[in-house]
Design a protein around this ligand. Sequence first.
Ligand code: OOG
Ligand code: MG
Length: 265
Amino acid sequence: MTEAWTEVGGAARAVEHLRAAVLRRRPIPRLTETMALSLDQAYEIQKRLIEVDLAAGARRIGYKMGLTSPAKMKQMNVDVPAFGQLLDRMLLQDGASLRREELIHPRVELEVAVILGDGVDPNRVKTVDDVASRIRAMAVALEVIDSRYEGFRFTLPDVVADNASAARFVLGSAFVRPSKDVHLWGARLFKNGEAVGFGTPANVLGHPFAAVLALARLLAEHGFPPLAAGDVVLTGAIGEAVPVEAGDVVEGVLDHAGSVHLRLV
Ligand code: OOG
Ligand code: MG
């Protein structure tokens, strides 16, 4: 049975369930199994979820776009991009060790990260060129996603409420100048020295800067503050996410931007 959203405490209960999943490292059933959720309501839950962290002293340092490539859309059976919020405590140093037991069922993705040098107002920034002029630097990134839902399965409103499965991320140590050619650079993902993914950032909505544009529009549409100078944006996985376990070493490589490493322990 699905409950009406208007029923008292719907959003608060959703936030409680999602937080409990993180704290106990135990997945929960999808919210939409017991709750009818619109996309707007899902973003409202995400907002409240993150407000708890912010109230506890966390800082939002940017955003992630997800489900921006055909590989990811197919893998997750969701065909509309979604965004999540990045907090300072999610950022790991290049080469860091991450304890597997901190997470439920982690997967790693290879992405292009951008650091903005300027705000992105979707009323004025309309093209990939416009976005390029607002980027201070780019880096190759690994994103560790960890859906709070059983079986890593969800609908679009579920994954939106769950902050787009955000868990951790690592930026490569080489920050490079923005290049409009980045969509043509070769990208490769290795697990324990074996190639497990390759492609180009053109997989991401045609160009990773187009993902920044899509993010700016989604933020406005759902009543979030606009992108600002200093924000980090993960533009979305270039290929499929790869499950990882303790003992695994992951490396991401992007032409002209070096590499990025993470070890699961
Ligand atoms: C949702 C997050 C997807 C990406 O880069 O596509 C994502 C998920 O697949 O759990 O971060
Ligand atoms: Mg991602």
